[in-house]
Design a protein around this ligand. Structure first.
Ligand SMILES: CC(C)(COP(=O)(O)OP(=O)(O)OC[C@H]1O[C@@H](n2cnc3c(N)ncnc32)[C@H](O)[C@@H]1OP(=O)(O)O)[C@@H](O)C(=O)NCCC(=O)NCCS
Length: 190
């Protein structure tokens, strides 16, 4: 799967990757973030990973919510803290989003795992998800985690590949979640 710049050379792609960095979401990123969300919606994928309705209405409130979610403030007892990052390129474009949950609790852990990510449709196939995951694995390791778990819907071969490129191995397939969805559980040792 390649994005809109399919004619880019391997060198261009390597250069673009090297110029990317993760950032937590701040008020200054409103235009870049909503531009990414627009691309998902225009592609018919929607954006179910964060409250983008709030982001459109009141980006400062969205940022506050994300900060509280990261600090574990005001969450129901069964919902674990989650930190959301975007991958920015040199021009300040938001290429993708990755969400990290350092602590998992049942019964939700198999639904979400430690980490979830998405790359904007026109930027796929350039290694951005692989890089985002590698950067968050560094954060997980720095926090003292020894391994992380990611559930994957079986048909999501691109995500399976991203996990494999970061050293992940399948632990169990055919795990049926509440609601009937079936996933495979992958673990990455840090
Ligand atoms: C999954 C997703 C994040 C991958 O992002 P990406 O930036 O394209 O990923 P990368 O470029 O780092 O790596 C993708 C790998 O999958 C491979 N791939 C892509 N489509 C594939 C397919 N249908 N079958 C097999 N491999 C596939 C690519 O060739 C690449 O592997 P390679 O480097 O060995 O060539 C992106 O497709 C996405 O956002 N999907 C929607 C959201 C989602 O499914 N998120 C994951 C679950 S939380």
């Amino acid at each position: 799967m390649r994005g809109d710049d399919a004619q880019d050379s391997a060198e261009d792609i390597a250069d673009a990757l090297a110029g990317t960095a993760l950032s937590e979401i701040t008020p200054e990123l409103a235009a870049a973030y909503l531009d990414m969300v627009d691309e998902f919606e225009a592609a018919g994928e929607g954006y179910g990973w964060n409250d983008v309705e709030l982001a459109r209405r009141d980006f400062a409130a969205f940022v506050d919510d994300l900060r509280n979610e990261s600090l574990g403030i005001g969450l129901p007892p069964e919902i674990v803290p989650q930190t959301t990052y975007v991958l920015l390129d040199r021009e300040g474009r938001a290429l993708g989003e990755i969400r990290f949950r350092p602590r998992l609790t049942l019964p939700f852990e198999q639904h979400n795992g430690h980490i979830g990510y998405n790359v904007r449709p026109r930027q796929r196939g350039k290694g951005h998800a692989t890089r985002m995951l590698a950067l968050v694995l560094g954060k997980a390791s720095a926090l003292g985690l020894e391994r992380v778990m990611l559930p994957v819907r079986d048909e999501n071969l691109a995500s399976v590949r991203v996990i494999a490129k970061n050293g992940g191995v399948i632990e169990r397939s055919g795990v049926e979640l509440d609601g009937g969805e079936v996933v495979s559980l992958y673990w990455i040792t840090l």
